[in-house]
Ligand binder design. Structure first.
Ligand code: GLU
Length: 293
């Protein structure tokens, strides 16, 4: 794509159609919209319907409608077109494959045959009576079962990722720091805060971390606005960018909206979905007042 947007702010909103959007999404996406507007930039709507087992067309239709109802507007997206179409992840597989190939060639991936069940069992039944380690974002810490020993050459003979999980090997002890535009300096340590993470699933679905890095790069996103629950994913994505020789975007993490028990909202909090609040007669300005930071 020959367009050079490098001097223009390019933001994105990237909802997943796996449930109804709630107040937390409203905060993040409204913030993204405002930051793009204040910078005189452009906002991309990307439908993150990556997971065919969890994405649903009715949730997809609802998220477009709810965000418009809130007053959010975008300049590129599945409904608007734009220079980086398609804007739905389910239609971008070829790009993810190309990035998988590039990562594979750089030697930072290895195949992993652990099943989900096996990983859950390891997380529940720690050996040596040490407590089960969980990454700060609740991903179970990968115990390294399939990690090749040092000195073993990287795997060869794969030209597609199909049939096995693929993990990105982190460098234990490596510090990943960045300055968040909202939260300030952030720092995480690979092997402590998070471990080798999945970039491709054995059911042949690209993993979130790989797809997002591929898309943000190709769509020339200059700033990613997202919820603070994704801080560790940001650290993982910085590692993917480094492995590919790509400059990461800037980051702006929004504080999470909590329910009355102090728990973060999840898509299962249907009573606090934008849709339910609309049905109760709440107006967009009431919602925006509630999520103001
Ligand atoms: N699709 C993700 C979500 O809805 C957000 C992706 C991101 O900000 O990278 O939680």
């Amino acid at each position: 794509m020959p367009l050079n947007w490098s001097v223009t702010y390019r933001g994105r909103i990237a909802p997943s159609p796996t449930g109804l959007l709630h107040l937390g999404h409203a905060r993040t996406f409204y913030t993204a919209y405002r930051r793009a507007a204040l910078a005189g930039g452009r906002l991309v709507f990307r439908n993150e319907d990556l997971d065919p087992h969890r994405s649903r067309p009715d949730f997809s239709a609802a998220m477009f409608e709810d965000l418009r109802w809130l007053g959010i507007r975008w300049q590129e997206g599945p409904d608007m077109g734009g220079p980086f179409a398609p804007y739905a992840q389910s239609q971008r597989r070829g790009r993810y494959l190309a990035v998988w190939r590039q990562l594979f060639a750089s030697g930072c991936l290895y195949p992993c045959t652990c099943s989900r069940r096996e990983l859950a069992r390891i997380a529940e039944a720690p050996h040596d009576s040490s407590p089960a380690r969980t990454e700060a974002d609740e991903t179970p810490m990968y115990p390294g079962t399939c990690r090749p020993n040092p000195g073993i050459p990287p795997p060869s003979g794969y030209d597609t990722p199909t049939g096995v999980n693929w993990r990105f090997r982190v460098l234990d002890g490596e510090e990943i720091s960045f300055t968040d535009e909202h939260l300030g300096r952030q720092s995480f340590v690979a092997g402590v805060d998070f471990s080798d993470f999945a970039v491709w699933r054995r059911d042949d679905v690209p993993a979130y971390q790989l797809a997002v890095v591929a898309d943000d790069h190709e769509m020339q996103i200059t700033e990613v606005v997202r919820g603070a629950d994704l801080l560790l994913s940001t650290a993982r994505q910085i590692l993917i960018c480094r492995a590919l020789g790509w400059e990461p975007p800037q980051w702006y993490h929004c504080p999470l909206v909590l329910d009355e028990h102090g728990e973060r909202l999840a898509k299962r909090h249907d009573a606090l979905s934008i849709r339910a609040l609309r049905a109760q007669g709440r107006r967009p300005e009431d919602i925006l007042g509630e999520i103001a930071m």
